[in-house]
Write a protein that binds this ligand. Structure first.
Ligand SMILES: Cc1cc2nc3c(=O)[nH]c(=O)nc-3n(C[C@H](O)[C@H](O)[C@H](O)COP(=O)(O)OP(=O)(O)OC[C@H]3O[C@@H](n4cnc5c(N)ncnc54)[C@H](O)[C@@H]3O)c2cc1C
Ligand SMILES: NC(=O)c1ccc[n+]([C@@H]2O[C@H](COP(=O)([O-])OP(=O)(O)OC[C@H]3O[C@@H](n4cnc5c(N)ncnc54)[C@H](OP(=O)(O)O)[C@@H]3O)[C@@H](O)[C@H]2O)c1
Length: 273
């Protein structure tokens, strides 16, 4: 007989060090999935931060990788949005997790994509490629984002439409969210684009910023240091190119210890799969 998972079943059984229990898994494409796990009661984090998660490796040592927390800090569970690297040491296994399985989660959140690292501004731009959306999935669901800014612009670019779907559904659900739906309405502007397969909006984030297309499409002034703030998360090449564009608009890079007009974090280490 197959037993269904009940709330009491989600208490970590502590077979693994820092064990948490998987409570939901959704596969979006053959390269992307998201999952939820139980949240340690003591875990406090700032939306946009990342933690180390993983599984026990074949050698008996934990195999851990950095993962942005995709859920907001008020959520009782934790959500992650993940790549599946075919021969990746962790994700070749992690992509097979099921509800009720254990993962390891080191409860020490860190990161630069936090509100504290930016000076006050009028608009905040979230700029992401691929799984770089994950920290913004957290920040877009955080009331503080809407308390701090008049407008929140989420630019997410992938090669094709199926890779945008996790973010598209998240934004659609936010408009009807009981908790912050009212705060989001009229403030969150979603600007998804693809680069390899035809969709309504096309083009790299860098090109849509430098050409002014995104400002024209959203009826916004050109980005400027007085009003605009930005957070960036993508591949190293993307981050390097976006930084140059933002600096061109007069924005300066900040950090937790030195708040300025934009902050950057790598979505992964390496050149890509
Ligand atoms: C600060 C930080 C936050 C991160 N947050 C996330 C996250 O929220 N979701 C997530 O899926 N990954 C995230 N990563 C990447 C993650 O740490 C792992 O690299 C990824 O899970 C693959 O692990 P692996 O052991 O299977 O392969 P690895 O040996 O870690 O990676 C193999 C190769 O796959 C490519 N790769 C790795 N991750 C990605 C990715 N996300 N997108 C495209 N190519 C990739 C790189 O070329 C890398 O060299 C983050 C990395 C950093 C540094
Ligand atoms: N997505 C897939 O279908 C797919 C399939 C198999 C393997 N892979 C491999 O997986 C790795 C990661 O793929 P990914 O799709 O997550 O990431 P990616 O290749 O970095 O592309 C994600 C998006 O970022 C854009 N981009 C890349 N570099 C940029 C830059 N310097 N400035 C501005 N925009 C930039 C891409 O536009 P462009 O399209 O213009 O580059 C694309 O729209 C890649 O190395 C790829 O070879 C991907």
């Amino acid at each position: 007989m197959t037993e269904s998972l009940t709330v009491t079943d989600t208490k970590p059984k502590a077979h693994l060090p820092d064990a948490q229990i998987v409570t939901a898994v959704k596969h979006w494409t053959d390269r992307l999935f998201s999952f939820r796990v139980t949240r340690p009661q003591s875990l406090r984090f700032r939306s946009g931060e990342f933690v180390m998660i993983g599984l026990m490796g074949d050698t008996g040592k934990p195999l851990l990788r950095a993962y942005s927390i995709a859920s907001p800090n008020w959520d009782e569970g934790l959500e992650f949005y993940s790549i599946k690297v075919p021969d990746g040491p962790l994700t070749s296994k992690l992509q097979h997790i099921k509800v009720g399985d254990e993962i390891i989660l080191r409860p020490k959140p860190v990161g630069t994509l936090v509100h504290d690292a930016l000076l006050p501004g009028k608009r905040i731009w979230f700029l992401a490629t691929g799984t770089g959306l994950a920290p913004f999935a957290s920040l877009m669901r955080d009331p503080e984002t809407y308390e701090k800014y008049d407008q929140v612009i989420m630019m997410h670019t992938c090669r094709e439409a199926a890779e945008l779907e996790y973010g598209r559904q998240l934004v659609a659900d936010l408009q009807n969210d009981e908790l912050i739906g009212d705060m989001v309405a009229g403030k969150l502007r979603y600007y998804p684009t693809t680069t390899r397969k035809e969709t309504a909006h096309m083009g790299r984030i860098t090109d849509n910023l430098t050409s002014g297309k995104v400002f024209a499409d959203l009826d916004l002034p050109q980005m400027n240091a007085a009003e605009d703030r930005a957070m960036v998360c993508g591949s190293l090449a993307f981050n390097v190119d976006v930084k140059a564009v933002l600096e061109g608009f007069g924005l300066r890079e900040g950090a937790n210890s030195d708040p300025q007009e934009y902050v950057v974090e790598k979505a992964f280490v390496g050149d890509g799969i």
